[in-house]
Design a protein around this ligand. Sequence first.
Ligand SMILES: [Zn+2]
Length: 244
Amino acid sequence: MSNQLSEEKLNKLLLALSPLAKHIATGNMPDQDALKQVLLSVDAEREEGALEELELWSKILQQAPTVSNDDEKAAIIAKLQGRGVPDAPAILAVDAAIPPPLIVQPQNIDFGCLKPEEGANATLKVRGKLVKATVRNNRLKVTLLDLGSGNSLVKVQLLGGSAGESLQDNVVLRGERGELRVPVTVQWEKEPPMLQYCPRCKRKSLFWNRYDKKFECLNSDCKVEGSSLDKLAKPQDRHYHRLY
Ligand SMILES: [Zn+2]
């Protein structure tokens, strides 16, 4: 152990303890430049031995984010006390260096009822140090985007499913302290019956073309078509009618 600072220098450096702890809680371990910035912010950058002492405090506090019980926490507090840091600032600093548990918005994803083969996207905003995001179902893909300062975005991409299929899964967010589960639900519409009554000509002549995903009335006097029952129209009514 290197020599301890004089009481006067120590008191000045104590101002740097809280910003140092907050920096560590973001999951970004401070390098020399970051430590110099902390010293600068409390006007202690010219104090002899200050940087070396702060480096020691930093090494001690870097054990805080992974504590799993009170004994481990007490051991870290004791190490700071061993460097001359008084009880109260030592306890506060160790608490501040422990990252907060994860907070996620929204807390569940309901994609509702989609058309067959249709996909969808959602974004989770996560606060707290996120280590990993996983899903089980292979129709789901997650991408993690670290925004820094303990904020992340998790992009959730849903690939298209087949008619009548449904899916229930969780996006599992693993933080440095515990994990969170965000339930994901979706279902895909059932395929319409192959032949049903046409709302225009009232005959049972409306054919569902499952390859082109559209309804087509087979009655030659009617011939309406469209992607859904409320969008049926004669092809010649349309601007994009193709000429053969
Ligand atoms: Zn018809």
